[in-house]
Design a protein around this ligand. Structure first.
Ligand SMILES: [Fe+2]
Ligand SMILES: [Fe+2]
Length: 360
């Protein structure tokens, strides 16, 4: 077992340790104020809400998360082409994807159990259903390499972060939409270059990300039904969550450059494409967007990544010097984040109709 900063995943114990581990950029588990969530009113968007609930009920992905006959062969041939380092990055990708899927599953289930509001309760039942399928499907792929995650244990032992309901809406909306943008960008790339599809799981991404897209729609409707969440000082929170989510994704993705390279993607280009898609989608709900194509914004993200690399080195070094270096890195990261936060944003008008089609 290896729990040092540069963690490799060799055994099921490593994989489970990695999933439970919490740091700045690893996916987290959340809990919230259920009583406040109970008071949510979605009447202002009732017509769009009911249409969405009918889609959930129709469950068009009911049979999607089943492996087909070709799956096992594709795993064998695809994995044989990967270097040991690349294989590590892919395992890391599977573990962190599973942790985020399962994080959604746990949160939605907790909300479902603890609220009485019939609209929210019903929504959470569907969301938890979808996320549990997603997590289960990734776990099957980890089990192929004897790296299965014990989800019951993960639920019991991982640390939970408390978020007020409004933070849950901003953060969850964004992570669902970013999840969509990430999966569809990978799917489109491998559709064009099937020779680069080194694992069959990517064939599932297109219909899979439609689930994520719809999950995001639910939170967009909740926020549009409660427009005070999108005004005044709350705009500062929206800005904060946009930056926190984008920056985390950027740093995490740049830690596994080989994974994108194997798919014929450059990590930075991939991330900026994901940001552009996400920004386009957020016009349904957020009154502002980050100017992610601005050179100063890009320099800021590069700097955050460089600082996180220095932080990893300092952790490995250990001792008093290592600790001091970690402190310096933390201050630098804070200042860089603050500078990015203060950059001018793009104001945007909200679309009259909330719902959008996953058209990318
Ligand atoms: Fe999901
Ligand atoms: Fe989702």
């Amino acid at each position: 077992m290896n729990v040092s900063a540069v963690q490799t995943i060799e055994t099921a114990e490593d994989a489970n340790q990695k999933a439970v581990h919490s740091d700045m950029i690893s996916p987290r588990f959340y809990t919230t104020d259920f009583a406040a969530m109970d008071r949510i009113n979605i009447e202002p968007v009732r017509a769009e809400w009911d249409r969405m609930m009918a889609e959930y009920e129709g469950d068009n992905n009911h049979d999607h998360f089943q492996r087909d006959a070709a799956f096992a062969d594709e795993v064998a041939t695809g994995m044989a082409t990967l270097s040991p380092e690349m294989r590590q990055e892919f395992m890391d990708f599977l573990v962190s994807s599973l942790t985020s899927e399962f994080s959604g599953c746990v949160l939605y289930n907790e909300i479902r159990k603890n609220v009485n509001n019939p609209d929210i309760k019903k929504l959470m039942t569907y969301l938890a259903r979808d996320e549990s399928r997603h997590a289960g499907f990734i776990n099957l792929s980890l089990r192929d390499f004897n790296l299965g995650i014990d989800l019951g244990n993960l639920k019991r032992t991982k640390k939970y972060t408390f978020f007020k309901p409004k933070y849950i809406y901003y953060a969850t909306y964004l992570s669902e939409k970013i999840g969509y943008a990430r999966y569809i960008t990978i799917f489109r790339q491998l559709e064009k270059h099937p020779e680069k599809r080194f694992h069959p799981i990517f064939r599932w991404f297109e219909l899979w990300c439609n689930d994520e897209f719809r999950h995001g729609e639910s939170f967009a409707l909740i926020m549009r039904a409660n427009p005070q969440l999108l005004r005044g000082a709350n705009k500062l929170w929206i800005r904060f969550f946009l930056l926190a989510v984008y920056a985390t994704m950027y740093v995490r993705d740049h830690m596994r450059p080989m994974l994108h390279d194997a798919m014929g993607l450059d990590s930075s280009e991939y991330d900026y494409q994901v940001f552009r898609i996400t920004t386009e989608i957020t016009k349904q709900v957020f009154p502002l967007a980050l100017d992610t194509d601005h050179p100063a914004f890009r320099r800021g993200l590069e700097r955050l990544f460089a600082i996180s690399q220095a932080m990893e080195k300092a952790k490995v070094r250990g001792g008093l010097m290592g600790k001091a270096q970690q402190g310096v890195c933390a201050v630098q990261a804070f200042l860089t984040f603050a500078r990015l936060y203060c950059m001018p944003v793009i104001e945007q008008d909200l679309s009259p109709q909330v719902r959008m089609e996953p058209a990318w």
